[in-house]
Ligand binder design. Sequence first.
Ligand code: TXD
Length: 320
Amino acid sequence: MNKKISLIGAGQIGGTLAHLIAIKELGDVVLFDVAEGLAKGKALDIAQSSGVSGFNVNITGTSNYNDTKNSDVIIITAGVPRKPGMSRDDLLGTNLKIIKQVSDGIKDTSPNAFVICITNPLDVIVMALQKYSKFSTNKVVGMAGILDSSRFKYFLSRELKEPVKNIESLVLGGHGDTMVPMPKQTKINNKTLIELVNENKISKSKLEEIIARTRKGGAEIVKLLEKGSAFYAPAASGVEMAESYLKDLKKTLPCAAYLNGEYGYKNIYAGVPVVISKKGVEKIVEIELDKSEKLNFDTSIKAVKELFQSAVKIDPTLTK
Ligand code: TXD
């Protein structure tokens, strides 16, 4: 019996998620969107590619939550993306209302699902999703850190002329300009970035430039596309989380997860390394932060807290 993966939002990321999941045969896909034709059209188009790619999973489209019931995994991209010049935070008003609708749609139909939120502004939207749906905190997680880490690794691989698979990295904190790339947690062929700087393999200024470009990675693509935002790398990142859950891979991945005292914070979502297994977020991995990393992390959390207060102004029920 195939697993069931429902994708709430059949837009740029949702459609790419569906295609990647089908090719990897992770499970049957239900593409949900309020634009029913979009969901059904993309589902049919991807299904018809099975004749070429040979995958054997069912893909359907719908605008009815009953078709998503008893999902094993739900990945949410419902919402509006940024336009050039907009910050992720500018999306709060619209996407908060949408995530409430989505929570109402999934909470009774798929109470046991592992829910991956992608919609921006990610850290606050995933927090609102968990509060609205009342799903247990280990079953609601946000996708951001994997994307940010992937961007960081890509830029480093170009600069160091190293295949990206030889680079391990972590980006912590909020999904925004305050995200915290972690040079000490970044290894290239098992050498830390700091060692490579000391060996003059990469200059400090070039590293700072790469960190800055990672922070603005989303905005760079929004500017180039003019309409919409990044979707291939975000989709690949969401699939990695879903796969770790569905196959119980116990991967340690940077995700927006609920903190209950870890890193000195409670009752907030933040980008931290977590182990994703068949239990969902099985464990929060606490790594030693040096002074500057802790300062950056605290700044990032502060930004999330401030934006959550804006969300509470829009919907005071979020404080319950
Ligand atoms: O790293 C990350 N987390 C970010 C997330 C990376 C890139 C993009 N990020 C955000 O994902 C972006 O800012 C948006 O908030 C979401 C989705 O981005 P996408 O590029 O997929 O947006 P689209 O193409 O506009 O798709 C959104 C779909 C669209 O088809 C709408 O019809 C649908 O969402 N939509 C809804 N579906 C269900 N229910 C409701 N209420 C609804 N409203 C809109």
